[in-house]
Design a binder for this molecule. Structure first.
Ligand SMILES: Cc1ncc(COP(=O)(O)O)c(C=O)c1O
Length: 339
């Protein structure tokens, strides 16, 4: 099936804005022009990159006659929150299986998951929980769509293959000529889809990925992109040379110490984006990518105009652990007084 013909439902608003960031570019010596692609503004339930994937996934779930939508993630999964909203929109029961122990206090995405009436199950054993939960729902007559972490399936990744075409059309309409598109590398649906889209549509820009966990290997991306090419008959095969993932300095990788580990360098980049452009990123994904983006501009690695893909996730700012970590820096970043 051609990717252009892949069927989807409408969940988000497109094209998402492509905005210039003149103040941030000036703060970095006006070496390049910077744009930001606002996929944080897709909707529903605050949206983010998962919406593009979910449009295809939800179509598939409806076609298969599913009545419940199950997905997985960490306690603060953005993917989970957006999937819940999409499921509700399509009249399906939302179920989340999340890693770890049941919390005492709900913050960030969990607040929204609870508000949307989600069936939330915490576990240390995803496979066991998944089997039990699916059996429980099936026993009451439901058909469960079992969506893997991040929604990064062949079906979902069509969203970011097609996003490349949207960006190319916007660049043409705006008469801009970015050399790079900088994006986060997580479960790969986004980065993999973008790479496949760039090859398929022969985009004039190169994708640079910044990983959310240190030690990201290129093989995973190569395999995923080639699988996409086979699945949608895109007609190319890539090798590791075609993939660009930037880890950053060895002693201070862009991904920080570990996935979701609060990191002062990430926060500095988040604060800078917020101060210069009034745009909110997050400590787990886009803040790390923004740090990498600015560092690569400063070092001349990014040596031409660039688009930063904002994939959403700002809800993580309001998680208890990140709020606790940020208090000192927040007070230092502004003036707060009383009269
Ligand atoms: C805000 C945000 N950005 C980026 C990503 C990474 O996207 P992907 O999992 O498609 O690689 C995620 C994944 O959860 C996310 O929530």
């Amino acid at each position: 099936m051609k990717v252009e013909d892949a069927k989807k439902i409408k969940l988000g608003e497109y094209p998402t804005p492509l905005q210039e960031m003149p103040h941030l570019a000036a703060a970095h010596g006006n070496k390049i022009k910077m744009w930001i692609k606002r996929d944080d503004a897709t909707g529903p339930a605050f949206g983010g990159n998962k919406t593009r994937k979910l449009e295809y996934v939800m179509y598939d779930a409806i076609e298969k006659g599913c009545t419940a939508m199950l997905t997985y993630g960490g306690p603060q999964t953005n993917h989970g929150r957006t999937t819940v909203a999409a499921a509700i929109h399509c009249g399906m029961k939302p179920i989340l299986i999340l890693g770890g122990k049941k919390p005492e206090y709900l913050s960030g995405n969990l607040t929204l998951d609870a508000m949307m009436g989600t069936d939330i199950i915490f576990t240390d054993d995803y496979a066991k929980a998944s089997k039990e939960v699916i059996a429980r729902y099936e026993a009451q007559g439901d058909k469960v769509y079992d969506l893997p972490v991040g929604g990064s399936t062949m079906v979902g990744a069509a969203g970011y293959i097609m996003a490349v075409k949207e960006i190319m059309d916007q660049c043409e309409a705006m008469d801009i000529h970015p050399k790079y598109l900088v994006a986060t590398v997580g479960s790969l649906g986004t980065f993999g889809g973008l790479n496949a889209g760039v090859h398929y549509f022969k985009a004039p820009f190169k994708v640079i990925g910044v990983p959310v966990s240190p030690g990201e290997k290129k093989e995973r991306a190569v395999e995923f992109v080639n699988q996409l090419s086979d699945y949608y008959e895109l007609g190319f095969k890539i090798t590791e040379e075609d993939i660009c993932i930037m880890e950053g300095p060895e002693d201070a990788p862009y991904a920080g110490e570990a996935y979701n580990k609060p990191d002062p360098l990430t926060r500095a980049a988040m604060f800078e984006l917020a101060r210069e452009e009034g745009i909110i990123s997050d400590p787990t994904y886009t803040g790390k990518t923004m740090r990498g983006f600015l560092d690569m501009v400063d070092k001349g690695i990014i040596d031409g105009d660039a688009i930063f893909l904002h994939t959403g996730g700002a809800m993580a700012v309001w998680t208890k652990e990140h709020l606790d970590d940020m208090q000192g820096e927040l007070f230092a970043n502004c003036t707060i007084s009383e009269i």
